[in-house]
Every structure is written in structure tokens, then in C-alpha cells.
Design a protein around this ligand. Structure first.
Ligand code: ADP
Ligand code: MG
Length: 687
């Protein structure tokens, strides 16, 4: 292709090589064997999203409007059952000269409804020839507007791929022959041909199966190779002892019996830290499942073995809360605890730095300040990271690099991650799950209300306030319309102050200075304020047991996992708690379904699975920052669980027998990994 096109492909889609082009798959397929009638469109549009489809008919009445960039061409297209509008915004002159009235065309596109008339923008147009009705399956590529403006269409993509496949004599199959045989995969060339231009539905499915497997197999092979090599190459501190700190705490300080899940998880952690290898463990547990306690007991094990431990939280206020809980408990077994955050005054900071270097401080609670360069530990043996998804991989890297033998790492997250996603994104971490809440918790009652019930909701809030409870009111704040959202938030704040004049209302959002934010949060924590109006900055971790109502405005704009996190802020005390989801009356069926899931279950894993099913894994919290390239071409983590499992097992057995992939039969695999992942940073020393 010419240099202009090549540049466009590289810029817009990142396609720079033959491989990139061949592996840029259609994102969906349409059935071009059927010609629809215009009179059928209305009924089709009632089934939800309008499909791509083809119509057969003639053009009438071309009319160009506007000038320059605003120029567009309208035409009427009719087929004897009705008519629709067709619109072009570019190449107006060319189209006007080349399309004619009085001949039959097939047009292909996605009709949209405007002012109760259907129209298609930039359809594919072909002069009709007999037999054209049955073009079979056709891929649709994700292309950018810029590409379309320069007349690169799905058809262009298909031609490029076909030309390329025709010139490539040989396509080397990266999968091992025994795997190809085991799954009866079709040859790679056939798979590529059929993924772009399927001969039939069954052939498309076989192509998809093969290419999904290939993608997941190499992803798993890469993850597992790293974790295997890491555990071989890097030793870990062996925590062999369970000593007096742990035992004293367990026997005399622990304020309640551990739940079964907490016990099991602590056992898993102990075994891992005692193995002589470095622990890299993800601890998943729903909000309120008691992760802090598990973290504390894990840290006591480190101290029993002569090491220091630290725990990092994503915000000051969380660090503060952890510090209060942990120092209160740890001091009872004689462990010194320090708090180190961005706002620790210089003088205390120096003292803490000294104490850390001397090894006097057993446990340090902190924020990012903990990984600043001048913080030196005498012998850091364990790092706990709370609420993982707020903490970048690069930040973790800085912590590790302080030590020749890396500390054990426990990453805690309250965002339950579906199993298949965990395998893919955290495929190199071991996973422990707390799947049981402490006894006596009353599940939060969740209610969906529409805007027109606002007064009723306010009356209810009033009654809770009267009983001395506290209330959160949360507004969405998302990037695209930040200004608008902020105005909503500020207006909401004013309305709440007017509605509840007898109570103090505090106000928190992400654009505030940290000190001001902390001040406002503190008002709520100390009960000086009874109502907190906020954005999702409160999502993570804040613990105010007296708060019993979580009102979420525009709940339709939040993801399920986020709603679940927010809900977790209430129901922490002895009183019955409520989560009220306020939504616009006009929402789609899917959105309504999403919100109803929240009212039906409080199980974070069920919610996470559902969220992934509805939104797709790419949008899930935590996946972007995971540090592992997360751009799957074809596999779908939400749907391809079985293939993921199979690919992982196969990759595992190869890595078990040849961790460095240096045996002759595996060199091709090593080369493929090099090819696929060499641009990635080597995280093997990190997590
Ligand atoms: P999260 O997992 O969300 O971090 P926390 O560790 O903050 O949860 O625990 C939530 C609350 O549950 C805390 O008040 C804690 O003291 C309490 N808790 C933890 N474990 C138990 C238990 N085994 N029995 C009773 N209460 C517990
Ligand atoms: Mg917590």
C-alpha cells in the first residue's frame, strides 16, 4: 500500500507489520445473505440496538447542502415498501457523480432513527447484480472517523488482508504440533482467512476457537514463565517461626474469633511465607470481610521472624484509619507502629526515617510517601498493599528495589475480580479469598428509586438523621463532563443544606486540595457533620460505622463494582443500613437490569461477574493499571472461561517441565513470546 495509507493504519490502529494487519480482526460479523425491506425497519428497531443490514432499492433526489467542511449530501432511498434518508459527509462530489437514479443498488449500513425517520450515514453502496443477495457473512472492522474520512472502509481492510495472504507463501504456526492435534485446530492460514472473510458460520467458529486459544495460550505462557523464573531466581525471606507476637495477639488481644475464611487465608499466607520463596499474593475479600486483621496478623509473623513490615494505603485518610486500628491493637503486644504520609511534618518524618533505619519501628502505615527514595528500612520483610487498583505497578517496583531480597508482598483488594479475569490480569499472583463475612452483619438493604420519588427519599433520610445516624450522598464525577458534574455536585450540596437545615453537611470531591479533603472527611468521621455530600473519592475504605444511609445520585452512571464499593461504606455498625440508588426514569433495559442486580444480591463476586458480562472486561476496574498489556484481539475474558482454563493448563505443563523454554522443542515458543511481549517492561522482579 502507499505511504499515506500505511501511516494512517499505524497512527489510527497501531498496525505496523504484516502480523498487526493479519491479527486486526473484525469486531463483529453481519449476515449479508438477507435483504431487508424498509417497511421492516421499525419492527427491527424495537428489538434494541439496530443491526447492520442491507437494503435493495433505488436513489431519488440527491441534494447537496452546506459549504466546505459542513458540506453534506442527502438522498432518498426507496424500495417499494418505504423510503429512508441516506447521508454522506465526505466525498460529496465524487458520490454525486457516481451514483445515479433509476438503477438498483444494494446499500449496507446501520439505520438510525432521527425525528421518527430512518437514515443511514455512509453506507456501503454497490450497483446491484443478480446473485449479490447472498454475500454470506461479512466482517465489520473497528475503524476511526479519520480513516473513514480518507475512504478506508471495511472493504479496504478486507482487500488489504486478502492481498497480503495471497502473497505470503508460508505462515509459520506458533502453536506446538501436539496442541494443534489435541484440539484439532484448523491450520493458521485457514483460520486467518476465515476470521476475515468467513466461508460459513461453522468455519468462522473454528477460526475463532483456534485464534482465541492461541492468544490466551501465549498470554498464560508469558505470565507463568515470569512467575516461575522469578520464584527460581529470587529467593525469599523464610518466615519459619510463629512467635510470641503472633501468639500473644491471637490468645489475648484478638477482640473476636476469626472467621473460618480468615483462618484459612492466614494459613495459606503462612505456608507461602515459610517456603523460602518470595510471596506474591492477592488477597480478595469483600468490603467488611476483615482484611485488615489478616494483614495485621501477617505483619506480626514478619516481626516474629525478625523483620519489619509496612502497609500502604491509597489515601491519607485510609492510612490514618489503618494507623488507628493497627497501632491500638499492635501496641498491646509491644510492637511499635509509625504513620508516614505526605502530611507528616518534617521533624516527625526525620524521626521515623531514623527509627526505620535502626529497625526500631516494627510496622509502618503509610501512603505513597512510604516509597519515597529516602525511606530506608533496616530489614523490610513484608509489604502489604491495600486496595490494589489505586496503586500503580511502577510504584510497587520502587518499593521492591530497596532490597536485594524482595519482601513478601500481599496485595489486598475489595473489588472482587471474576476468576477468569484474575487468571489473566493477575495470572502471576497466587490468590487467597475471604468469602465469608464476620457473623451478625445485617446485609445492607438496597432500594432503586427514580427521580420523581425524591421527596419520599428525603423524608426517609430525615428520619434516619433524627435517630442520630449519618448519611452519605454521592454524585458521579467522570472525566468527559467534569464541569457539568461539578455543577451538579455543588447544586446538590446546596439543596441538601436547604433540605436539612438542622444538620451539618460536609463536602468532598476529588479536585479539592488534599488537606481540605481530609478536613472535610474528618468532620464526618468525628460526627461533627451528619451528612457527607461527595464524589466517589469516598469509595475506598472509609470506616464510619454510624453511617446507615448511602444515597447514590445518577446511579445509572456508575459501574456495578463501583456501586458495590460505595454500598460497602454503610452496614458497618450494629444498625440496619440502606443503600438508595437514585436513577433517571428514562433508562435502557440493560441499565435497569444492572441496577436491579444491585438490589438482588450483596455478593461481590456475583456482582463482579455480572459487571464483566454487561460491560466487558476492558472496563473493569483494575485492568487498565494492571501492568500486563490488556489488549486482547479476540478472546473475551467474560465468555471464554473454558478456553482460558485449558490454555493455562497447557501452558503450565510446558513451563513446569521447561521453565526457561530452552529445550529444542520449545525454542519456537520462546521466540514467539519474545516477538509478542518484548516491548513490555520486565516486571518479573516486581510482583
Ligand atoms: P475490609 O476487609 O473491608 O478491610 P475490615 O478489616 O475493615 O474490612 O473489617 C471490617 C470490620 O469487621 C472491622 O470493624 C473489624 O474489626 C471487623 N472484623 C474483622 N474480623 C472480624 C471477625 N472475625 N469477627 C467480627 N468482626 C470482625
Ligand atoms: Mg479495608
Amino acid at each position: 500500500m502507499g505511504p499515506k495509507r500505511a501511516e494512517l493504519l499505524a497512527q489510527e490502529l497501531g498496525i505496523r507489520s504484516y502480523y498487526d494487519l493479519l491479527y486486526y480482526f473484525p469486531f463483529r460479523y453481519v449476515d449479508r445473505s438477507k435483504i431487508h425491506k424498509i417497511s421492516e425497519l421499525r419492527q427491527l428497531s424495537e428489538g434494541g440496538e439496530m443491526p447492520y443490514l442491507q437494503l435493495k432499492g433505488q436513489f431519488a433526489a440527491f441534494a447537496a447542502h452546506g459549504e466546505g467542511a459542513k458540506r453534506r449530501l442527502n438522498a432518498l432511498f426507496f424500495d417499494g415498501t418505504g423510503s429512508i434518508d441516506v447521508v454522506w459527509f465526505n466525498k460529496v462530489k465524487y458520490i454525486q457523480e457516481n451514483l445515479h437514479t433509476g438503477i438498483d443498488y444494494i446499500i449496507f449500513g446501520k439505520p438510525a432513527l432521527y425525528n421518527s425517520r430512518f437514515s443511514i450515514t455512509h453506507p456501503e453502496v454497490d450497483a446491484y447484480k443478480p446473485g449479490m443477495e447472498s454475500q454470506g457473512l461479512k466482517g465489520v472492522y473497528n475503524l476511526t472517523d479519520k480513516m473513514r474520512n480518507r475512504s478506508m472502509s471495511t472493504r479496504t481492510m478486507q482487500q488489504l488482508v486478502q492481498n497480503l495472504l495471497a502473497t505470503l507463501k508460508e505462515i509459520d504456526d506458533p502453536l506446538p504440533p501436539d496442541i494443534i492435534a489435541r484440539y484439532r485446530f484448523i491450520p493458521l492460514r485457514e483460520a486467518l482467512v476465515n476470521i476475515h472473510t468467513p466461508a460459513s458460520v461453522p468455519m468462522l467458529q473454528r477460526a475463532q476457537f483456534r485464534l482465541k486459544y492461541e492468544e490466551l495460550f501465549f498470554l498464560q505462557l508469558n505470565l507463568l514463565r515470569y512467575s516461575k523464573v522469578r520464584s527460581m531466581r529470587l529467593g525469599g525471606h523464610r518466615f519459619a517461626r510463629v512467635g510470641e507476637h503472633f501468639n500473644n495477639f491471637y490468645n489475648h488481644v484478638l477482640p473476636f474469633p476469626l472467621t473460618g475464611a480468615q483462618k484459612r487465608v492466614i494459613k495459606e499466607i503462612r505456608a507461602d511465607m515459610g517456603s523460602g520463596r518470595q510471596m506474591n499474593r492477592l488477597l480478595q475479600g469483600d468490603v467488611g470481610s476483615g482484611k485488615t486483621l489478616v494483614a495485621l496478623m501477617t505483619m506480626l509473623l514478619a516481626i516474629d521472624n525478625g523483620y519489619q513490615a509496612c502497609i500502604m494505603a491509597p489515601t491519607e485518610i485510609l492510612a490514618q484509619q489503618h494507623y488507628e486500628t493497627i497501632s491500638q491493637l499492635a501496641s498491646q503486644v509491644g510492637v511499635k507502629v509509625a504513620l508516614l504520609t505526605g502530611s507528616t511534618p518534617k521533624k516527625s518524618r526525620d524521626i521515623i526515617h531514623h527509627g526505620l533505619m535502626q529497625g526500631e519501628i516494627g510496622i509502618t502505615v503509610g501512603t505513597h510517601a512510604l516509597i519515597e527514595d529516602n525511606v530506608q528500612f533496616a530489614h523490610l520483610g513484608l509489604a502489604v498493599i491495600d486496595e490494589q487498583h489505586r496503586f500503580g505497578v511502577a510504584q510497587r517496583a520502587r518499593l521492591w528495589s530497596k532490597n536485594s531480597i524482595p519482601p513478601h508482598v500481599l496485595v489486598m483488594t475489595a473489588t472482587p475480580i471474576p476468576r477468569t479475569l484474575a487468571m489473566t490480569v493477575y495470572g502471576d499472583l497466587d490468590v487467597s479469598v475471604i468469602d465469608e463475612l464476620p457473623p451478625g452483619r445485617k446485609p445492607v438493604q438496597t432500594i432503586l428509586r427514580y427521580d420523581n420519588h425524591r421527596q419520599e427519599v428525603y423524608r426517609f433520610i430525615g428520619s434516619q438523621l433524627k435517630e442520630g445516624r449519618q448519611v452519605y450522598i454521592v454524585y458521579p464525577l467522570i472525566q468527559e463532563s467534569e464541569k457539568l458534574d461539578l455543577r451538579n455536585l455543588e447544586e446538590g450540596y446546596e439543596i441538601i443544606r436547604e433540605t436539612f437545615p438542622d444538620y451539618r453537611v460536609c463536602f468532598v470531591h476529588g479536585k479539592m486540595k488534599p488537606s481540605e479533603k481530609d478536613h472535610q472527611m474528618q468532620l464526618f468521621v468525628s460526627r461533627k457533620a451528619q451528612i457527607m455530600v461527595a464524589t466517589t473519592v469516598i469509595e475506598v475504605g472509609v470506616n464510619v460505622p454510624n453511617a446507615t444511609v448511602m444515597l447514590i445520585e445518577n446511579a445509572e452512571r456508575f459501574g456495578l463494582s463501583q456501586l458495590h464499593q460505595l454500598r460497602g461504606r454503610v452496614g458497618r455498625g450494629a444498625d440496619r443500613s440502606y443503600c438508595i440508588l437514585m436513577s433517571h426514569v428514562k433508562i435502557s433495559g440493560t441499565t435497569r437490569h444492572r441496577l436491579e442486580v444491585m438490589t438482588q444480591t450483596t455478593d461481590g463476586f456475583v456482582i463482579a461477574e455480572e459487571d464483566m458480562r454487561l460491560r466487558g472486561p476492558g472496563d473493569m476496574e483494575g485492568t487498565q493499571q494492571s501492568g500486563i498489556a490488556f489488549n486482547l484481539h479476540i478472546a473475551d475474558i467474560a465468555k471464554d472461561g473454558q478456553i482460558i482454563q485449558a490454555a493455562r493448563n497447557d501452558a503450565m505443563s510446558i513451563i513446569e517441565s521447561d521453565p526457561t523454554l530452552s529445550q529444542p522443542q520449545n525454542t519456537k515458543l520462546a521466540r514467539q513470546l519474545q516477538f509478542l511481549y518484548s516491548h513490555q517492561q520486565d516486571w518479573s522482579r516486581i510482583s
